[in-house]
Design a protein. Structure first.
Length: 260
């Protein structure tokens, strides 16, 4: 039986201050996006990107992730609580971020940047989409280090006890998401986008891939205690992933037929 290591959530202690592992994972995700993006820009100048534009869009995207992720958590997961305690909406250091909210925030941020640069928004998203999964992997690794978002009880041989929860072996669902949403999705998108594709297909494949992987992993992940299971026995994460799957499938098929 595996036991979750008790990691110190603070990676670096600087007197009364500290740098948290989760913050480092965000930084690592942004750095990997820059490295991968600049590598692709150098190899494929035909994409029409410059390294400065990538730096700028990362700034816009980071704001979208943070603002959208927090607001998404507030609206999707605990609206009643936060509307009763509005000052705590800004207390991001207490935790509480939503991928789906962060994703919507990135869409808005990139749309603003595309308008500023006079570029086509969907083509920009096609370029950015393959660069995102490594950041998702880093985020899930941060969840595992923090011992949060644990899975449901299991009798599988790799079940892991999270002592801060109980003594039951549970799915290490953070590592499932690290593998599927991070590594597998990255390989699919990177290889598919390595050749010219109809505009919209890469973005559609990202939506379809992430939504499908997240929907499946949610069957092993313990639902949020303040929400539990929703209609049809699905979790909030699954309900938020269903529109992604539907839209991604439609975008991919529609764009692949030459209808960007």
């Amino acid at each position: 039986m595996l036991v979750h290591p008790h990691f110190d959530p603070i990676a670096i202690h600087l007197g009364p201050f500290g740098i948290h592992w989760y913050g480092l994972m965000y930084l690592l995700g942004f750095m990997m996006l820059l490295w991968l993006g600049k590598s692709r820009i150098r190899k494929h100048p035909e994409y029409g990107w410059t390294e400065k534009q990538l730096d700028d869009v990362l700034f816009y995207g980071a704001l979208g992730v943070i603002l959208g992720g927090r607001l998404g958590y507030v609206v999707f997961y605990q609206p009643v609580y936060f509307f009763s305690h509005p000052a705590e909406i800004f207390a991001v250091w207490q935790g509480g971020m939503s991928f789906h909210g962060g994703f919507l925030g990135v869409l808005v941020a990139v749309a603003l940047f595309a308008r500023k640069e006079g570029k086509r928004w969907l083509a920009m998203m096609d370029f950015i989409a393959p660069l995102v999964p490594p950041g998702l992997a880093a985020g899930r690794l941060g969840n595992f280090i923090n011992g949060e978002l644990w899975g449901r009880p299991t009798d599988l041989p790799w079940g892991m006890v999270f002592p801060q929860v109980d003594a039951l072996p549970r799915h290490p669902s953070q590592l499932y998401e690290f593998t599927l949403e991070g590594i597998v999705l990255f390989l699919i998108l990177w290889l598919y986008s390595s050749k010219p594709r109809p505009v919209g297909t890469v973005s559609g494949l990202f939506l379809l891939g992430y939504g499908s992987f997240r929907f499946l992993v949610e069957f092993t992940r313990e639902p949020d205690s303040f929400l539990g299971f929703l209609s049809l026995g699905l979790t909030m994460g699954q309900w938020l992933s269903l529109p992604m799957i539907a839209l991604g499938l439609w975008m991919f098929l529609y764009s692949a037929r030459g209808n960007p």
